[in-house]
Structures are given as structure tokens and as C-alpha cells.
Design a protein around this ligand. Structure first.
Ligand SMILES: Cc1ncc(COP(=O)(O)O)c(C=O)c1O
Length: 424
């Protein structure tokens, strides 16, 4: 064990997680590659859990940030007006909102995804005067108490230490077994129409279009539209949590763009800063902006360094459709290659866009595959209720040759793991 790893093991809390799968000290990172202190290079199919959709240390974001720091740009500014924030807001309006005919107010929350989810839930409850929220099976929305109440994962819920209240869980699209009557929405619709079902119209429905942590389950456009109709009918708000699926992961900037829906609230974080800097935002329809000044407060609401890099990301990647088209095409390629690997081992694929993976028979096998990948120079993780999905979260900017090199490693790891299982 290296001296550095001994220090981590001795001093850092047992809460450590990702580093247990990748017990090595990383020193540098560039594009889709992580470089360890001993010089070993790893292809990164985890991308900071989708915080690095544009890869590590993008040259333009890095230069803009260094320049901003060297000019003594305001580093921390509470939520005061700064030049960096003004330029981000203008870019978001011009590049994202206006071309999509979207009208949203933007609220900067604390810098994590969970911070944005907490604000969204609080606002939906305040707007509707209701307290119950409907969340879905296998949904993941963060681990602070309000967000955790919406999260399905039993392991994380178990850490709460007190009852998680104010949320009713319903089946996500495709959750019910084939052949069961209804998709889940019919049942929900019936329960909402029935004054004696025990389910009152909620303040909001909170939903991911693709469940990142929950195992890459995909909601259809039809299901999402049905959910929006239920929200409209019952005076509830529709919150789309686009923290992991957004910022281009499925192809378009928002994961719901092709679905014909207009959420009341959208949460964004992870890749929003473009460079992995902590930064989260809630998009809310103007008519719902009933916050009183400082009512949902916090010291770190907006991150000026992230405003700089986030603006560059928008200007560099989203001024036209070229990047989205490349991501769609790369996603198709990824889908085909994953299907080939999965087909050889009797597994299935899940997800859409550059948000895909392979479902294997259990979590043990999936984690053995990820460990075999790591030995061969690929960083990759699992998701799903039983950690049974090997999930590819490569940077969207990854070159096709590098994507293929990573997928070759994945194919070898699958073959080796299945050989070892057959021999055992
Ligand atoms: C969809 C979704 N929402 C919220 C969160 C919570 O974000 P954070 O870990 O930054 O609090 C996550 C994290 O994985 C997520 O995937």
C-alpha cells in the first residue's frame, strides 16, 4: 500500500466510496483520460459520475478560468451581482432558452444536485400549499433529507436516521412486470381520481427521464406526456430532475427536449459547470417564482468560477446542433457495441444516448467486471437496485477510437469474468 493510500485509510472517514473501487492515487486528467501518480493512464468511463460531460480540463474552459482568476475576478460573491454571473445568464438565455422557446427564471442554490432538488421540492410545496410529493421506484434525487425521501435506494434511505416523510412512491415507466395491467400511470390516474384511494393530489411529481443511479431505466415520451397531463389535471407541478440526464448526456441539452413536455421546474447540476466545479441551478416557470427574498438562503448560491466555465461550455458546445448530433451518433455507436458485448453473454442493454449500460445477472458479477476493467486501465462503475448494471458514462467529447479502446477493454473484462464464473 502506498504512503498516500495509507493516509487515506488512516484518516479519511469510512464514508469513502468510489476510491474503494479504484484504490490508486490520481494526479492529472485530460479529456477522457485519468493519469495516476505512477504514470499509469486510465480511460475514464465514469467522468466524475457525469460531471465531466465535456471531459477533464477542457482547454477553453481552463484558459477562461485561469484568466478570470489572474484578473482578480470575484471568486466568492454570495449572490451579489457579478460580471461572471451576468455573462452566464445572458449565454443561458441566448443559447439555451430562447432557441427552445423556453421561459424560466433561474435560481442558484447550494452547489450540489441535492441542494437543487431541496429547493425544487420546497418551492412546489409553497406554490401548491400541499406537502405530499410523488416520486418513482428506483428514482435517485440525492441524500439530504428532502431529496432522500424522494430517493428509492434502500441503502441510502437507511442512513437517514429518522422517518423520511412527505413522499408517495409510484411505479416508474416499465417497472411493472410484462403482462401486468397498465403501465403504472393508469393506476396512478385511477388513484388520483378516486377520493377514497388515500392518495391526495400531490404538490409535485419528481422524475428523471432516464434513471441514472437506478439502473438506466428509460421513460418513454408517451409516459412522460401522460405524467404531465396528470400533473395539469390535478394542479400538481412537474419537476424533471435533469441533474444526471441533462447537459447533453442523452444527446440534446435537456433530456426531455424531444418529448413535447414543458416541466414546471427543472433541476440541473453535475455537468452544468462544464469542468466539474460544484454548481447547481433550479429552472422555474416565472408564474411559480413566488419566493420571498432570501427565503431559501445559503452562503454558496452561485459559484463565480463555475459561471465562467459554464458560459464557455454553452458557447463552445451548444450554439448550434453540431455537438448534439455528434452525441446522438456516438450514442448509437455505443449502443451497437454494447449490444454485441451483451449478446455474447446472454445479457441485455439499457439506456439511451451516451447514457447506456449492460445489465448482468447480479451485482457481484457487475462489480467483478468493473474490477477486471480497472486492472486493464478502464475506470467504470455500476448502478441499479442491485448494482447489476455496468454503466458507461464516458465524456461526450471522447474520440471514437478512445471510446472503442475502452469498449474493447469492457469486452475482454466480460469474457474473463464469464470464463472464471464458468470454471468455478
Ligand atoms: C438525478 C440525480 N438527482 C440528484 C442527484 C444528487 O446530486 P448530488 O450528488 O450532487 O447531490 C443525483 C446524483 O447522482 C442524480 O443522479
Amino acid at each position: 500500500m502506498s504512503a498516500a493510500i495509507e493516509t487515506f485509510t488512516r484518516r479519511e472517514s469510512e464514508i469513502r466510496s468510489y476510491c474503494r473501487s479504484f484504490p490508486i492515487v490520481f494526479e492529472r486528467a485530460q479529456g477522457a483520460e485519468l493519469i495516476a501518480a505512477d504514470g499509469r493512464r486510465y480511460i475514464d468511463f465514469l467522468a466524475g459520475c457525469s460531471t465531466l460531460n465535456y471531459g477533464h480540463n477542457d482547454a477553453d474552459m481552463k484558459l477562461a478560468l485561469v484568466d478570470y482568476i489572474l484578473r482578480d475576478g470575484v471568486a466568492h460573491g454570495l449572490d451579489m451581482y457579478t460580471e461572471a454571473k451576468a455573462r452566464f445568464l445572458t449565454a443561458f438565455e441566448d443559447i439555451i432558452l430562447t432557441p427552445r422557446s423556453m421561459d424560466y427564471r433561474l435560481q442558484f442554490t447550494g452547489p450540489t444536485g441535492a441542494n437543487a432538488v431541496e429547493a425544487a421540492l420546497k418551492l412546489a410545496r409553497k406554490v401548491t400549499g400541499r406537502h405530499q410529493v410523488v416520486a418513482f421506484t428506483n428514482g435517485f434525487h440525492g441524500v439530504t433529507l428532502g431529496a432522500l425521501a424522494c430517493t428509492g435506494n434502500g441503502y441510502h434511505r437507511g442512513g437517514a436516521g429518522l422517518p423520511l416523510e412527505g413522499v408517495t412512491r409510484m411505479p416508474y415507466d416499465g417497472y411493472l412486470a410484462d403482462g401486468a395491467t397498465g403501465t403504472g400511470l393508469e393506476m396512478l390516474a385511477q388513484m388520483l381520481d378516486d377520493p377514497s384511494s388515500g392518495l391526495e393530489p400531490p404538490a409535485a411529481f419528481i422524475v428523471e427521464t432516464v434513471q441514472g443511479e437506478g439502473g438506466l431505466n428509460v421513460a418513454s415520451a408517451e409516459w412522460m406526456r401522460g405524467l404531465e397531463q396528470l400533473a395539469r389535471k390535478h394542479g400538481s407541478l412537474l419537476i424533471v430532475d435533469d441533474i444526471q440526464a441533462g447537459c447533453g448526456r442523452t444527446g440534446s441539452f435537456f433530456s426531455f427536449e424531444e418529448m413535447g413536455i414543458s416541466p414546471d421546474i427543472v433541476t440541473l447540476a453535475k455537468s452544468l459547470s462544464g469542468m466539474g466545479l460544484p454548481f447547481a441551478m433550479v429552472m422555474l416557470k416565472p408564474e411559480h417564482d413566488i419566493w420571498q427574498p432570501a427565503e431559501h438562503n445559503g452562503t454558496f448560491r452561485g459559484n463565480n468560477h463555475a459561471f465562467v466555465t459554464a458560459r464557455v461550455a454553452l458557447e463552445k458546445f451548444w450554439k448550434d446542433d453540431a455537438f448534439a448530433n455528434q452525441v446522438f451518433a456516438k450514442g448509437e455507436h455505443l449502443g451497437k457495441r454494447l449490444a454485441e458485448i451483451a449478446g455474447k453473454h446472454g445479457c441485455g442493454t439499457k439506456g439511451r444516448g451516451m447514457f447506456r449500460g449492460i445489465e448482468v445477472r447480479d451485482g457481484e458479477t457487475a462489480s467483478a467486471i468493473c474490477a477486471a476493467c480497472f486492472e486493464r486501465g478502464l475506470v467504470i462503475e455500476t448502478s441499479g437496485a442491485h448494482d447489476e448494471v455496468v454503466k458507461v458514462l464516458a465524456p461526450l467529447t471522447i474520440k471514437t477510437e478512445q471510446l472503442d479502446a475502452g469498449l474493447d477493454i469492457l469486452a475482454e473484462a466480460f469474457a474473463e469474468t464469464h470464463r472464471s464464473a464458468a470454471a468455478a
